[in-house]
Design a protein around this ligand. Structure first.
Ligand SMILES: [Zn+2]
Length: 414
């Protein structure tokens, strides 16, 4: 939307650009009248009418009459609302996590039609993992029974530093990936356009278009798992910074002296204090010194779920040491959020991953700390809540990335 460009343009490019603006506005707004659409896109109502009529013929847009609220009869054409047809097109989203990936097929409303979760060996070379991902994309498309011709593209949300322009995963320490040309490899295996970005940026985008961020001008998504990252969306656009690194909140320094060594080589990074790895290692220390405590009982339980879930369960069951440890983590997270508020002052902060999983344990403390520490009451108006999509945030984010990147290509080509 509203991309700045200094390039000249021929008539077809202008049309494609206008279609893109219309389709993204429809994705972003959900339901909108022609007049509003013309205002939002700065296109003339005639251009909007012509393009919408093409999109309607293609079955992408439908129009419905709006009820008159004034009670007076209107003169001229009745007011109508334009909507996208949810199942007119589809997108594939892939969230590459640490040792597992999720694949989904969604419709234009980012509603999941079908999804799969697959584990992979962290020692396997990147090429092999991408081969598996390509196979599972094909399988998930088959499982969804969606017409392949209606799939507009594949979005990949990968951890670490990702160059969106080139589709290269520059560095993902947890995966041991370095300069992996993800887009090139997957495009050569699938006959569908592929777009790659950082997974947390993709999650922020999904919230802006389809979740709690709808109608919000600026939002930050903060995700914690093995690493801790952030994504920013301002005015419906992802903010990526000058290179690939906007949002590396996990490597902001919280303890400048005597902090633990981070995998980035620095000491005292946020990630060393609040990541899943950090919480687990702190919990293990508590369990070792209190072998009969509630935490040890939860950790030793058979079929108690993932380690991090057992730790949260022990805290919920009343293990005071575990609660205190989590509270301390929430304080550190709150400090980082205050710094973030001071720098970008977002309207909304959304927490995902383990921060959403432990919402009632972490969010109140993190939020209070953020409000106390942010400059001159800047934090007072910032809303803080957990992601709208739970564990689906990653795949829905990746799918949103595909929808917002490729929608106009498909519409133009029909
Ligand atoms: Zn670090």
């Amino acid at each position: 939307m509203n991309e700045l460009t200094f390039l000249g343009s021929n008539i077809n490019l202008v049309k494609a650009h206008n279609l893109r603006a219309l389709l993204l506005s429809l994705l972003y707004e959900g339901s909108v009248s022609r007049v509003e659409l013309a205002e939002k896109t700065s296109l003339s109502t005639t251009t909007v009418t012509n393009l919408i009529s093409e999109l309607r013929d293609q079955g992408i847009v439908f129009e419905e009459g709006l009820e008159e609220t004034s009670g007076r009869r209107r003169v001229g054409r009745p007011r109508t609302a334009l909507h996208l047809v949810a199942d007119a097109r589809f997108a594939v989203g892939v969230h590459i996590g640490i040792g597992m990936f999720r694949v989904t097929v969604t419709n234009l409303f980012a509603e999941m039609i079908c999804s799969n979760i697959v584990q992979f060996d962290l020692e396997a070379p990147a090429e092999q993992v991408l081969e598996m991902i390509a196979e599972w994309i094909e399988k998930t498309i088959d499982d969804s029974h969606v017409n392949r011709q209606r799939i507009i593209g594949v979005g990949i949300g990968a951890s670490g530093l990702v160059n969106y322009q080139t589709g290269v995963n520059i560095l993902a320490p947890s995966l041991k990936w370095h300069d992996v040309p993800v887009r090139e490899i997957l495009t050569s295996k699938l006959n569908i356009p592929v777009v790659v970005d950082n997974n947390v940026r993709a999650m922020a985008l999904a919230e802006a278009f389809f979740g709690a961020g709808r109608g919000v001008n600026s939002l930050a998504f903060v995700y914690g798992r093995v690493g801790v990252g952030a994504g920013f969306v301002v005015g419906g656009q992802i903010f990526r910074g000058s290179s690939a690194g906007a949002g590396e909140i996990g490597h902001t320094i919280i303890i400048p002296e005597g902090g633990q060594l981070c995998r980035c080589g620095k000491r005292g990074c946020l990630e060393t204090l609040v990541s899943e790895t950090s919480l687990i290692s702190q919990a293990m220390e508590i369990a070792a010194t209190h072998p009969d405590g509630l935490l040890s009982q939860h950790l030793n339980q058979e079929d108690g779920g993932r380690t991090i879930e057992r730790i949260f369960a022990a805290a919920r069951a009343g293990d005071q040491k575990t609660r205190k440890m989590i509270e301390q983590c929430a304080c550190y997270l709150g400090m980082a959020l205050a710094n973030l508020v001071n720098v970008i002052n977002p309207e909304l902060i959304l927490l995902g991953g383990l921060f959403a999983q432990s919402e009632e344990l972490i969010l109140p403390v993190a939020e209070n700390t953020m409000r106390e520490l942010s400059f001159a009451g800047l934090g007072e108006k910032v809303r803080v809540q957990t992601t709208s999509f739970g564990w689906r945030a990653g795949v829905i984010g990746a799918s949103a990335l595909a929808l917002t990147t490729f929608f106009y290509h498909q519409a133009e080509g029909i």
